[in-house]
Design a protein around this ligand. Structure first.
Ligand SMILES: CC(C)(COP(=O)(O)OP(=O)(O)OC[C@H]1O[C@@H](n2cnc3c(N)ncnc32)[C@H](O)[C@@H]1OP(=O)(O)O)[C@@H](O)C(=O)NCCC(=O)NCCS
Ligand SMILES: CC(=O)OP(=O)(O)O
Length: 342
């Protein structure tokens, strides 16, 4: 079964409560309707009820089976306001500011997840990545033992013309702008864990560069090599190639020529980009010119699932991110509940 079908199937087996906070957007409404019909999530739409209903009518979307939650009249609003104020008081937030903030759907949605009223959130069809990520970091916090939140895309290569088929993890293409070697090593280890969880395969990691095993010399290459050494020290069993060019990472014959003693052998399923410029441009090239399906940006390192979207996403992209969010929430439940929010 294809990786994406496996994820949709897993979501269907145990749907979770996923909250969307951009319910006036036609793509989000269509995705909410499809996810409900497909049984991959119980959808909560947060926002002004009258405006969501008007938008649904305009887009011909049936809201049956979808729960509308309006912060203006929700019985949960006082609880969430108390929680937000408690969290942000030290940073100078007043009670009045907390009341105002809770009225904003993105904040309300992540507080629902924090308090266990929902199992995961998806936003970013309208909000920027910076807004989505800041809210998730501030309201959900970092997983115990985790120092850095980062992101990855699940890239699906399923077209007849794709010589390489199946799912690949690209990271970080959405969040950490200019990681140092230590941060890059955290991104690589988190992405390897995400590959294990979502691809059902052992991770094979390529630390991408414009150099293959010292073929070029530059501080940018040194950073990638140092990051790879840090990963090797902490995960000695992990298959990883340090400073490897993209062709040697994914084409076996080129790996044999450029990197004969590679552990990954041109068969990488986790591509780690050296910084966000390379990562963001790289994933959009693969999607828009290469015909790959890009699912994400999916966040790694948070206490509970909260995922982002590109503002260029389609309704189908949103459905896929909802399915992944359900699978992440199932994993959190299987671990004995989500980690406590800090
Ligand atoms: C995500 C992003 C907004 C964080 O920016 P920032 O300026 O560091 O964020 P803030 O200063 O508002 O940080 C808020 C808090 O989150 C923490 N934080 C920021 N990034 C973090 C990360 N990756 N992991 C963990 N914590 C992080 C900060 O340390 C700060 O903590 P503090 O309040 O305890 O000091 C920034 O990295 C960004 O803009 N990334 C690019 C997003 C983007 O445009 N992507 C392209 C399209 S996908
Ligand atoms: C991931 C990403 O690039 O998001 P956006 O297109 O919304 O900037």
């Amino acid at each position: 079964m294809k990786a994406l079908n496996r994820i949709l199937d897993r979501a269907h087996q145990a749907p979770k409560r996923i909250v969307l906070c951009e319910g006036e957007d036609g793509r989000v409404l269509q995705a909410a309707e499809r996810a409900t019909r497909q049984g991959i999530a119980a959808i909560l739409l947060v926002g002004a009820r009258a405006r969501i209903e008007t938008a649904a009518a305009e887009h011909g979307v049936d809201l049956a089976g979808i729960e509308l939650v309006d912060p203006a009249d929700s019985p949960l609003t006082p609880e969430l306001t108390r929680v937000l104020h408690g969290l942000r008081e030290k940073k100078g937030m007043t009670r009045e500011q907390a009341e105002q903030e809770v009225g904003k759907p993105l904040c309300f949605a992540n507080l629902l997840v924090r308090q266990g009223h929902a199992d995961g959130s998806v936003a970013g069809a309208v909000h920027t990545t910076a807004e989505v990520v800041r809210s998730a970091i501030q309201l959900l916090g970092l997983e115990p033992g985790c120092k850095l939140v980062s992101s990855f895309f699940l890239m699906m290569l399923c077209q007849p013309f794709h010589s390489l088929k199946g799912g690949l993890i690209f990271s970080d293409c959405g969040l950490v702008i200019d990681p140092d070697a230590e941060q890059l090593s955290h991104i690589a280890m988190a992405a390897a864990d995400s590959a294990r969880a979502l691809l059902d395969e052992a991770p094979r990691v390529a630390m991408l560069s414009f150099s293959t095993h010292g073929s070029a010399r530059h501080a940018a290459v040194d950073k990638v090599v140092e990051a790879a050494h840090r990963v090797k020290a902490q995960r000695p069993g992990l298959a990883i190639d340090e400073d490897v060019q993209l062709d040697a990472a994914i084409v076996a014959e080129i790996a044999e020529r450029k990197l004969p003693d590679s552990r990954v052998k041109g068969n990488a399923n986790v591509l780690i980009f050296p910084d966000l410029e390379a990562g963001n441009i790289g994933y959009k090239l693969a999607e828009r010119i290469g015909g790959a399906e890009a699912i994400g940006p999916l966040l790694q390192g948070l206490t509970r699932p909260a995922n982002d979207l590109s503002r260029g996403c389609s309704a189908g992209d949103i459905v896929n991110v909802i399915a992944v969010t359900t699978v992440q929430a199932q994993a959190a439940a299987a671990r004995g509940g989500a980690a406590p929010c800090r």
